[in-house]
Ligand binder design. Sequence first.
Ligand code: GSH
Length: 347
Amino acid sequence: MGKEMRLMAGLAAAAIATAGTHGPAEAGQVLDAVKARGSLICGTGTGTAGYMMPDSQGKWKGLSVDVCRAVAAALFGDAEKVKYTPLTSQQRFTAVQSGEVDMLVANATWTLTRDTALGLDFTGVYYYDGQGFLVPKKLGVKSAKELNGATICVAPGTTTELNLADYFRANGMTFKPVVIEKVDEIRAAFFSGRCDVYTTDASSLAATRAANVPPPRTFDDFLILPEIISKEPLGPAVRQGDNQFADIVRWALFAMIEAEEYGITSKNVDEMLKSENPAIKRILGVTPGMGKALGVDEKWVYNIVKQVGNYGESFERNVGKDSPLKIDRGLNRLWSQGGIQYAPPIR
Ligand SMILES: N[C@@H](CCC(=O)N[C@@H](CS)C(=O)NCC(=O)O)C(=O)O
């Protein structure tokens, strides 16, 4: 066989080996596999406090993780029926494409190319974020506009890398990138002074500053610069092609947001079952129909709110005022409270 023929044969074999995994999922394929397995496989990041991080017992916790727990509560009536696969920024989309994970909550930004050419579907936004810069105070910098010539730590395969180049070009500045795949190694490089600046989503910078500063230095030795240079709507992503599964992921998050809007919490959800409000009756399945339409149990929202909480509860517990991160709700307030979190009606 000539060299070219061998190459062609190799490519054909590779195509066969990946057929049915890469490329769009067939209708029902992901959902059937999840149901047959009896648990959801959720791709997360490798460890970001407040968003996706195993606790001392190895139990995954965080705002991002709660979206997977909500999907499991909707599907199985049990938020614990999730297996987590930690992924780096480079690995995460391939893991969805190949079917290694059913869904992804790795703080991935919803962009056009990811939603189309990469064969993914984003099903909502669980956190409206933006890219920022973390610096040691001793660098003496107060604004991103003073970063000309800086050495900057950044993860590959991210929107971060692209925005960074755009921002410096647009402002007539240069920088030296230090590109590192694993987030714990990026943080180590930053804290050891291998780079002057760490850039990523502001959420992740807040987590790093609250949870990862090596002693004797503390939170107060570091500063997040005021410039937010991009839009980073972070959403759950699934493989394109299984619309019913995508709908369940989409509406599990909407249910958390809708529950907050109607004042339904993990504490009062049993009381709320007695509500006379027709919207609440529909949301909680007291008036049936929504569960059937989505292909899940009528108690799906009850189970989500009882076991995971509404969106506001998850926000405050994981990243807001009841957490070490103390992030302000900001854009992530409900639309009725000055933010942009808005769920279409459950009806
Ligand atoms: N939102 C950006 C960046 C997200 C991202 O993956 N950042 C990495 C590297 S800084 C991260 O924070 N990973 C968290 C983790 O692995 O726990 C994107 O989707 O490209």
